[in-house]
Design a protein around this ligand. Structure first.
Ligand code: CAA
Length: 393
C-alpha cells in the first residue's frame, strides 16, 4: 500500500484584527478572562468583501502556484459558514482558481469536524486512483451573538491542503478513533446567522469526546500515547487545547502541570491565539502553527484530535515526511496574520451591521479587504466574485 496524505498546505485569514483587551473593556470584564482564561489575544474580522470563498481561494491559490491543476480531480470544501443551501462553495473556488471543468466540487458539513472528514474522504479517493490529487479546503468565519460569551472566541481563517499519494508533508496513518453522539451543544438552524450555543455543555462534551475517541483508537490498534512527538487539537479558543490535552494525559495517568502542558502545546497555539476560532480550519491552523514553530519532526508522529459540535470527533496520527520543512510556508503564514489591519471596536460593530441584500436587489461592494479575491457584488440572489490584481506585501 502506498502512503497517502498532505502533499502541500497553505493558510489564509481575513483583513482585520480586533484586540481582545478592547473587547473585554467593552464587555466590562477583566481582560485576563480573554487573554489568559480563553487564551486569545486578537480575533480576525473579515472585511465586508471577504467570505469563506475568498479566504479558501486565497489559501488554495498558494498551492496552485506550485502544482499542476490538471492533476486535481476533486475539490472538497468543508465549512460551517455555508453561503448557499444548495450550491457548493467549492464551485466558486474551482472557478476562481481556473481549475479544469473535468473536476468534481463538493461541500461538506459537520460543524468544526468537516475539514477532517474532507481529509479522510480525500484519502479514500486517492486510494482509488493514486494518480489523482484532491484539493481539501476548510474555511470558516466564527460569529456569535453580540455580547455573548462566545463573542470573544470569534475568528476566521481558511486552510488549503493538497492530498496525494507519496505526500511531501505528512502521511495519514491508517488507524482512526471515532465518536458520534446526537447532542445539542452548538448548532445553527437555517434561519440564523449565529449559532445556538450551550458553551459549558460544549466544553464538557468535547472532553467526553477526547475520552471516547481515544478508547476507540486504542481498541483498533492505534499507537501508544508515548509514540506521539506532538499533539494538535481543535481550538475554539487555545485554552481548550490545554483542557483536552490534560484530559488525554490524565486518562494515561500522566501528571499534567502547567509547565508540561505549555511544553506540549505552545507551538500549536501560536496562530490560533491570534486568528481565533476558524471552526473547520482550526485544527489545521494548529497543525501549521506546530510545524512552523516546533523542532524538526521528520519521521515522527503528530496526534490530531478533531471535534465538531453536534457531535463528531476523530483522533488520528500524521507521520511527518523527512524533509517536510522545505515545503512549509512559514513566512507567508506569519505575514498573513501579521499584516491584518488593527480595527477599532466601532469599526468592528459597523462590519457586524453590514448586511448583504436578501431580497434579490443588487449591491456592488466597495473594496474593503486586500486579498487576492473579493466578493464584488450580489445581484439576483447570486454572489459574484473577482480576482484582484493588487499583490499583497
Ligand atoms: N484572569 C484569568 N482567567 C480568568 C479571569 C481572569 N480575570 N476570569 C475568568 N477567567 C477564566 C475562568 O476561570 C475560565 O477558566 P477555566 O475554564 O479554566 O475555568 C475561563 O477564564 C473562561 O471563563 P468562564 O468559563 O467564566 O467563561 P464563560 O462561561 O463566560 O465563556 C465559553 C466560556 C463557555 C467557552 C464561551 O466562550 C463560549 O460559549 N464559547 C463558544 C463555545 C465554545 O467555544 N465551545 C468550546 C467547545 S465546542 C467546540 O469546540 C466546537 C466549536 O468550535 C464551537
Amino acid at each position: 500500500m502506498f502512503p497517502i496524505g498532505i502533499h502541500d498546505i497553505a493558510l489564509a485569514t481575513g483583513h482585520y484584527a480586533l484586540d481582545l483587551e478592547e473587547l473585554a473593556e467593552r464587555h466590562g470584564v477583566d481582560p485576563g478572562k480573554y487573554t489568559v482564561g480563553l487564551g486569545q489575544s486578537t480575533q480576525t474580522v473579515p472585511a465586508t468583501d471577504e467570505d469563506i470563498v475568498t479566504m479558501a481561494a486565497a489559501a488554495a491559490k498558494q498551492i496552485m502556484a506550485e502544482h499542476d491543476a490538471g492533476d486535481i480531480r476533486t475539490v472538497l470544501l468543508a465549512t460551517e459558514t455555508g453561503i448557499d443551501q444548495s450550491k457548493a462553495a467549492a464551485i466558486y473556488v474551482q472557478d476562481l482558481l481556473g481549475l479544469p471543468s473535468s473536476t468534481r466540487a463538493v461541500e461538506l458539513k459537520q460543524a468544526c469536524y468537516g475539514g477532517t472528514s474532507a481529509l479522510h474522504f480525500a484519502a479514500g479517493l486517492v486510494h482509488r486512483n493514486p494518480g489523482h490529487k484532491v484539493l481539501v479546503l476548510a474555511s470558516d468565519i466564527a460569529k456569535y451573538d453580540l455580547g455573548s460569551a462566545g463573542e470573544a472566541t470569534q475568528g476566521a481563517a481558511a486552510v488549503a491542503m493538497l492530498v496525494s499519494a507519496d505526500p511531501a508533508v505528512a502521511v495519514l496513518e491508517p488507524v482512526s478513533g471515532l465518536y458520534t453522539a446526537n447532542v445539542q451543544d452548538f448548532w445553527r438552524p437555517n434561519y440564523r446567522s449565529t449559532p445556538m450555543v450551550d458553551g459549558k455543555l460544549s466544553v464538557s462534551l468535547y472532553l467526553e469526546a477526547v475520552e471516547q475517541v481515544w478508547k476507540d483508537y486504542e481498541a483498533r490498534g492505534g499507537r501508544a500515547i508515548q509514540d506521539f512527538a506532538a499533539f494538535c487539537y481543535h481550538q475554539p479558543f487555545t485554552r481548550m487545547a490545554y483542557k483536552a490535552h490534560a484530559r488525554l494525559l490524565e486518562i494515561h495517568g500522566i501528571d499534567t502541570d502547567n509547565a508540561r502542558l505549555d511544553a506540549d502545546l505552545a507551538a500549536t497555539t501560536v496562530y490560533n491565539r491570534l486568528v481565533g476560532n476558524s471552526y473547520t480550519a482550526s485544527l489545521y491552523v494548529g497543525l501549521m502553527s506546530l510545524l512552523d514553530h516546533a523542532e524538526d519532526l521528520s519521521g515522527r508522529s503528530v496526534g490530531m484530535l478533531s471535534y465538531g459540535s453536534g457531535c463528531v470527533a476523530e483522533f488520528f496520527g500524521l507521520s511527518m515526511v523527512p524533509g517536510y520543512r522545505r515545503r512549509l510556508r512559514t513566512s507567508a503564514n506569519q505575514s498573513a496574520i501579521a499584516r491584518r489591519e488593527p480595527i477599532s471596536y466601532e469599526r468592528y460593530r459597523e462590519i457586524r451591521e453590514f448586511e448583504l441584500p436578501e431580497d434579490g436587489s443588487s449591491k456592488v461592494l466597495a473594496v474593503d479587504g486586500a486579498g487576492p479575491f473579493r466578493l464584488r457584488a450580489v445581484a439576483e440572489h447570486s454572489r459574484m466574485y473577482e480576482a484582484c490584481h493588487l499583490i499583497q506585501a
